[in-house]
Write a protein that binds this ligand. Structure first.
Ligand code: S3P
Length: 181
């Protein structure tokens, strides 16, 4: 089973997702890290070289590869201990704005939207800093978050099988896992 975590930058996909994966014994992956390792470039470098559209195509390829490798395991291949492996997969905040990615994760994974208010996101992003986030660099943070979130809200909502707050994610995943055991 693959739980894909979707939602705006700063909602906690990577930090909370990684923590919960450790606690529940699931594998964890982060699409930005896969892209950066695989391409040997930072997300910022990829954006400046190929633009947002180029980044989305690359991002799709890595998400697709990961989803397919876990899909195969779900269809029968189990790990050494005989248990099927579960993956919590944090996706970059704009991944579902690319149609091919949205279709893939709707069809082959269980997408969970971690929904936060713009105020929560702005506070988290102020703490994290916007370095390494080219969609925010050079903009007024508050205006940009509100604008991008309103453009993306429908894509997150349409993709999600479940919408949770950051504090509701663990319970949602526990329930999802018990449903398949
Ligand atoms: C992006 C979000 C980032 C990263 C890239 C683009 C976006 O991931 O994929 O900078 O368009 O929202 P995080 O959501 O992990 O910051």
């Amino acid at each position: 089973m693959i739980f894909t975590l979707i939602g705006f930058m700063g909602c906690g996909k990577s930090s909370i997702g990684k923590h919960i994966a450790g606690k529940l014994g699931c594998d964890f992956a982060d699409s930005d890290i896969l892209v950066e390792k695989g391409e040997g470039m930072t997300v910022t470098e990829i954006f400046s070289r190929y633009g947002e559209t180029g980044f989305r195509e690359i991002e799709y390829r890595y998400i697709d590869r990961t989803v397919r490798s876990y899909g195969d395991r779900a269809e029968g291949k189990k790990d050494g201990d005989g248990k099927a492996k579960n993956l919590i997969f944090a996706l970059g905040g704009g991944a579902v704005t690319y149609e091919a990615t949205a279709t893939l994760i709707k069809e082959r994974t269980f997408p969970v939207y971690i929904k936060c208010s713009p105020e929560e996101l702005i506070a988290n992003l102020k703490e994290d800093g916007t370095d390494g986030r080219p969609m925010l660099a050079g903009y007024d943070l508050e205006m940009r978050v509100k604008q991008l979130l309103s453009e993306r809200e429908a894509a997150y909502g349409n993709c999600a099988r479940l919408i949770v707050s950051p504090s509701g994610l663990e319970e949602a995943i526990v329930k999802g896992l018990s449903a398949i055991r």
